[in-house]
Write a protein that binds this ligand. Structure first.
Ligand SMILES: *Cc1c(COP(=O)(O)O)cnc(C)c1O
Length: 237
C-alpha cells in the first residue's frame, strides 16, 4: 500500500472512531472534552504514528519497551511531537528505558515498579505520570497484570509519596470473555474512592476497540484503541 493510501485509510478509521466517541459521549451525557483518545500503535510502524499525529492524534500507546523505544526515536526524527503512554506489562529492568520516552505509565501494579520508575524519573529529571493498574478479573487471576481493587490504595500511596512520580489515576483491562460493564463500574468506584484522598488522580484508563463505548458510559477518561484505528494485528502482537 502506498503511504498516501495508508494515510487515507488511517484518516477514514480515525473519523469513524471519533464519531463513535462523540455518539457514546452524547448517550452517556458526558462532554467529549473529558475523553482522551490514545492510539495503541504496537506492531505498526513509526510512519503510522506520524500520519496519525498529523491527523490530530496527540497520544500514542505501546506495550513493549524495545519496540516503543525505537519507534519514539523514529517519530521524533520525523518531526512530530506526541505523548507516549506505556500500557503493557512492565519489568523493573525496563523502567529506565521506558522513562526516557514515556509521559505516562499505565501499568504499575507492584512496589518494585514504583521504586524503579521513581529512580528512572529522577535520572531523566522530569516527573513521570503513573496510573495504578487494577485487576478486574478476580476469578481468573491476574493474567494480564493489575492488582486486586482492595490493594490499590496502598500502592497509590507509595506512588504519591515519590518525588519522581505523579499519581494521576487508575487503569484496567476488561476481563476476557465477560461483560465489561460491571468490571468498569468497579473501576469507576475505585477511582472515586482514590480521588477522595488524591483529587488530582482523575484519569480512568479503560476501553479498547471492542468495548470503548461501554467504558465511556462508565466513566473512562482515556481510551486505549488499537485495531479500530490501525487495522488488525498478527496474533499475539
Ligand atoms: C493492545 C492493547 C490495547 C488496544 O487493543 P485493541 O483491542 O486493538 O483496541 C489496549 N490496551 C492494552 C493494554 C493493549 O495491550
Amino acid at each position: 500500500m502506498s503511504s498516501e493510501d495508508r494515510r487515507a485509510e488511517l484518516a477514514a478509521r480515525l473519523a469513524k472512531v471519533r464519531a463513535r466517541i462523540v455518539a457514546a459521549c452524547e448517550e452517556a451525557g458526558r462532554s467529549r472534552q473529558e475523553i482522551t483518545l490514545i492510539a495503541v500503535t504496537k506492531t505498526f510502524p513509526a510512519s503510522d504514528v506520524a500520519a496519525l499525529a498529523r491527523l490530530g492524534v496527540r497520544d500514542v500507546g505501546e506495550n513493549r519497551d524495545q519496540e516503543a523505544a525505537l519507534k519514539a526515536v523514529a517519530v521524533a526524527a520525523s518531526g512530530v511531537d506526541v505523548r507516549w503512554h506505556f500500557v503493557g506489562q512492565l519489568q523493573s529492568n525496563k523502567c529506565r528505558s521506558v522513562a526516557t520516552y514515556a509521559d505516562m505509565v499505565h501499568s504499575v501494579d507492584r512496589l518494585s515498579l514504583v521504586t524503579a520508575l521513581d529512580k528512572a524519573a529522577a535520572r531523566r529529571g522530569r516527573p513521570l505520570d503513573v496510573l495504578v493498574q487494577a485487576c478486574l478479573d478476580p476469578d481468573d487471576g491476574p493474567k494480564r497484570g493489575g492488582l486486586p481493587v482492595p490493594e490499590l490504595p496502598s500502592l497509590a500511596a507509595e506512588v504519591a509519596a515519590r518525588d519522581g512520580l505523579r499519581l494521576v489515576g487508575v487503569m484496567a483491562v476488561a476481563p476476557l470473555g465477560a461483560d465489561p460493564a460491571p468490571a468498569y463500574r468497579r473501576l469507576a468506584e475505585a477511582s472515586g474512592r482514590l480521588r477522595e484522598t488524591y483529587p488530582e488522580a482523575a484519569v480512568v484508563s479503560a476501553g479498547m476497540t471492542g468495548d470503548f463505548e461501554i467504558a465511556i458510559r462508565h466513566g473512562a477518561t482515556h481510551l486505549r484503541i488499537g485495531s479500530a484505528l490501525l487495522g488488525g494485528r498478527p496474533p499475539l502482537g
